[in-house]
Design a protein around this ligand. Structure first.
Ligand SMILES: [Zn+2]
Length: 244
């Protein structure tokens, strides 16, 4: 089975990436990727002082407008590659900062980074419930995922709560090739549960430069190893509905 080529975790100059949206889109086309998502950082934690990020409504609007233009270009040119609007939300941000700046329906994908505790799950749940309460049409709601999630935080305690949470909100687990240590066989039971419970899986490489845009092979190896191909295909079906 030939799986499409995805990289749904890419940073641009809007945060700490080195390239513009235009450079990313043209390099991704050259490299033959099928689905890409730009996911710049969003935070008001201490990291905001060291990592440039999408820290204001005005900057987020500029960022989304720019991706919009390239989505239209790809559509008008009938290119096979789909481009998505994403954002990577640091869970050490304050709840107020997140809900005041992020209108979820403006995005295709929301990535959450640094989910490391059961409290973190409740924090995300509260925000999702607030957002969903404000969203009239549930099909407008973005796909959500855990960026470079480290299973070790839940290996001893909370794995069932985590898997229930991922299943309930159709939240994907990302195979991020910058963090191969998270896909070790010592987490086999975690990956078996992803398969058993049909949790969506995604692929990203946390690309900060166009030279790494297609560094995704290791993720395909792991997905095949843990027999999660159909979980990836389910994600692709959702992406196909979201593309313009
Ligand atoms: Zn990232």
């Amino acid at each position: 089975m030939e799986l499409p080529k995805l990289n749904l975790h890419i940073h641009s100059k809007y945060s700490d990436g080195r390239n513009t949206t235009s450079q990313i889109v043209s390099a991704a086309l050259d490299k033959g990727l099928d689905y890409i998502c730009i996911t710049d950082h969003f935070t008001n934690s201490w990291k905001a002082d060291v990592i440039p990020n999408l820290n204001s409504l005005a900057k987020i609007e500029m960022y989304l407008d720019e991706i919009d233009q390239f989505q239209k270009y790809l559509h008008d040119e009938e290119r096979q590659m789909a481009l998505f609007k994403g954002i990577e939300i640091d869970l050490s941000s304050t709840e107020k900062f997140i809900v005041n700046n992020i209108l979820p329906t403006r995005f295709d994908i929301l990535l959450f980074e640094y989910l490391e505790s059961i409290e973190g799950i409740f924090f995300i749940k509260k925000i999702i419930n607030y957002w969903k309460g404000k969203t009239k049409n549930s099909t407008d709601f973005p796909l959500m995922g855990l960026a470079h999630f480290d299973p070790s935080f839940f290996a001893i305690n909370g794995m069932n709560i985590l898997i229930d949470f991922l299943t309930e909100h159709r939240i994907f687990f990302e195979f991020n090739t910058s963090y191969p240590q998270f896909y070790s066989q010592k987490y086999r039971s975690f990956f078996d549960q992803l398969k058993e419970r049909n949790v969506l899986v995604s692929i990203g490489c946390d690309s900060h430069h166009i030279s790494t845009l297609k560094d995704i092979e290791e993720a395909y190896d792991r997905i095949k190893f843990y027999e999660l191909e159909s979980n990836l295909i389910d994600l692709v079906k959702i992406l196909d509905k979201k593309r313009i």
